[in-house]
Design a protein around this ligand. Structure first.
Ligand SMILES: [Zn+2]
Length: 471
C-alpha cells in the first residue's frame, strides 16, 4: 500500500518537474530579437564560391544547419521568384510568383515584421537592392504585382518600419526630380521626414546618424539597386555589413527587442548574369554582414540569427564540361562586374585594342583569342538582355571552369542555418513556409491586436502550429 502511494506521488512529482523545466526551457529558447538574413539567389554553389575565396565563412559559425525547399504554389510551377519565396519566409504561406504577401485571391498575409511591430518591437529592413524590390517588400507591404514599386514605396511610408536601408530613391522622389520613376508629385522622402524619419543618402550620413543613435532612419543610397560589391565606391555607399551594424545599433536600443531582415540582394543579379566573380564578391559581402549579426548575437545572448536564401540561381556549378577541374583563383583577379562596369566601358569603345586593354586591367586576362574578341564585339552591337555580357562572362567562366545552366532561378534546395535561442527548430530539410511559421511561434504567436483584425477578416495568419522544439 505504502509503495503504491509512493509510486503515485513519484509519478506526479516527475510530471511536475517535467512540466516546469519544460516550460522554463521553452521560455529560454524564445529569442528577444530575431535577425533573418537572406542571400537572394544564394544556393549551395554560391555559398561554395564564397568559401573558395575566403577559406571559411562566418555562416559556418552557425551550429544548426540544414536545407530548405523553395517552390511557390503549384500554379506557379516548381521554380520560385523572390516575391513568392519571400512571402513564404515572411508570412508562412505560399503564394504565386509576382505576388507580395497576399494570397492569389488578394487577401493580405500578415508578416513576421508586422507581428514584431504590433508587439511593440523595433523593426528594420536592410538590402542592397531597391528597398521596394520583392524581398524587402514582402515584409512590410501587400500588393498583387511586385513591379508596382511606386505603390510599394507608398506603402513603405505607412509601414512604421524603424530602419530602412538600401537603394531605390527613384521611387521616393516626385516626377521631374532627377532620376524619378514616379508619375505623380508625391515626395515620399519629405512625407517620411514629416513622420519623424531622418533621411540619409550616403555612407557618411549613415555613420553620423547612427552615432547619434535612436529614432527612425530612411537611408536610400542609390536611385536603383546599390552597386555590386566589386563596383562599390566605399566613400559613397555603405557596405551591407556597415548597414547591418547601423541597423543593429539603432534597433537594439528598443527595450522590447527587434526584428531585422537583411538581404544580400545582388548575389541574385550577378548569378542571373552568370558573372561568377561578381557573385563571389557579393556572397562574401553578405557573409560579412552575417558576421556582424553573429557578433551582435553572441554579445547579446538573446538574439536568434537565421541565415537562408529565397532560391538558388543559375544552375551554378564549380567545374564544367568534360574535364574535372576548376580554378577559382581566376575569379579573384576580376575588378568589376561585367554588367555594370566592364560591358559599359566596352560599349563606349569596342576597338580590339580597348577590349584587350580592359580584359587585362579588369579581368586579369592577357590571352584573349581572336574569336573571343570578335564575339565580344558582336555581342556589344546586339540589343538584348544578356547579349553584351554573355561573351564577356564566358571568357572568365571558361578559364575558371565555372558552369552555369540558366540565366534564371533554379529549383534546387538552399542553405538554412541558425544561431542562438530557438535555432534548434531549423535543422534538417524544411520548407520555406516552415521558417515563416517558426518565426511567428518564436515571437510567442500573433500579436493580440491582430486577433481582432483576423476576426474582422483583414489578415490571414498561420493557424497550423509548428512542431515543438525537440530539445
Ligand atoms: Zn532573381
Amino acid at each position: 500500500m505504502k509503495m503504491r502511494i509512493f509510486a503515485r506521488w513519484a509519478t506526479v512529482f516527475i510530471l511536475l518537474v517535467t512540466l516546469l523545466t519544460g516550460g522554463a526551457m521553452a521560455q529560454e529558447s524564445m529569442p528577444k530579437n530575431i535577425i533573418l538574413m537572406i542571400g537572394d539567389g544564394m544556393g549551395f554553389a554560391q555559398l561554395t564560391l564564397g568559401k573558395l575565396a575566403k577559406g571559411s565563412l562566418a555562416i559556418e559559425e552557425c551550429p544548426v544547419g540544414g536545407a530548405m525547399t523553395t517552390d511557390p504554389l503549384p500554379s506557379s510551377g516548381v521554380i520560385t521568384d523572390s516575391a513568392a519565396a519571400g512571402t513564404a519566409l515572411a508570412t508562412g504561406y505560399k503564394t504565386d510568383n509576382g505576388i507580395i504577401s497576399q494570397t492569389p485571391e488578394g487577401k493580405a498575409l500578415y508578416t513576421v515584421l508586422e507581428n514584431a511591430r504590433d508587439k511593440g518591437k523595433a523593426t528594420g529592413l536592410v538590402t542592397t537592392t531597391r528597398i521596394t524590390h520583392a524581398t524587402p517588400a514582402v515584409f512590410a507591404t501587400h500588393i498583387d504585382d511586385r513591379d508596382n514599386e511606386n505603390a510599394i514605396a507608398e506603402q513603405i511610408v505607412n509601414s512604421d518600419v524603424n530602419v530602412l536601408l538600401g537603394g531605390g530613391l527613384r521611387h521616393f522622389v516626385s516626377k521631374g526630380q532627377d532620376g524619378s520613376k514616379r508619375s505623380d508629385d508625391r515626395d515620399l522622402v519629405k512625407e517620411m521626414k514629416a513622420k519623424g524619419y531622418t533621411f540619409v543618402k550616403d555612407r557618411q550620413g549613415l555613420l553620423d546618424v547612427t552615432n547619434k543613435g535612436e529614432g527612425k532612419i530612411l537611408g536610400l543610397f542609390k536611385g536603383s539597386h546599390m552597386s555590386y560589391e566589386l563596383d562599390r565606391d566605399a566613400n559613397k555607399e555603405p557596405s551591407i555589413a556597415e548597414m547591418t551594424k547601423a541597423a543593429l545599433d539603432i534597433l537594439s536600443k528598443d527595450q522590447d527587442g527587434f526584428f531585422l531582415m537583411v538581404e544580400g540582394g545582388r548575389i541574385d543579379h550577378a548569378s542571373h548574369a552568370n558573372d561568377a566573380p561578381t557573385t563571389m564578391a557579393d556572397m562574401i559581402a553578405f557573409d560579412e554582414a552575417v558576421k556582424t549579426a553573429l557578433d551582435f548575437a553572441k554579445m547579446d545572448g538573446n538574439t536568434l540569427v537565421i541565415v537562408t536564401a529565397d532560391h538558388a540561381n543559375g544552375g551554378l556549378s564549380i567545374g564544367m564540361g568534360e574535364k574535372q577541374w576548376a580554378k577559382p583563383e581566376i575569379l579573384f583577379a576580376v575588378k568589376g562586374s561585367v554588367e555594370e562596369k566592364i560591358a559599359p566601358m566596352l560599349k563606349k569603345d569596342s576597338s580590339i585594342e580597348n577590349i584587350k586593354k580592359i580584359a587585362a586591367e579588369y579581368m586579369g586576362v592577357t590571352d584573349l583569342t581572336d574569336e573571343e574578341v570578335s564575339a565580344i564585339q558582336q555581342g556589344l552591337k546586339i540589343e538584348g538582355k544578356w547579349t553584351a555580357t554573355d561573351p564577356i562572362v564566358k571568357v572568365i567562366n571558361e578559364r575558371a571552369h565555372i558552369g552555369w545552366t540558366t540565366h534564371q532561378h533554379d529549383g534546387s534546395v538552399v542553405p538554412l542555418f541558425a544561431f542562438g535561442p530557438g535555432s534548434a527548430l531549423f535543422s534538417g530539410i524544411k520548407d520555406n513556409t516552415y521558417v515563416g511559421k517558426s518565426i511567428f511561434q518564436l515571437q510567442g504567436g500573433v500579436a493580440q491586436k491582430v486577433a481582432f483584425a483576423v476576426l474582422g477578416d483583414l489578415y490571414v495568419v498561420p493557424k497550423e502550429p509548428v512542431l515543438a522544439e525537440s530539445k
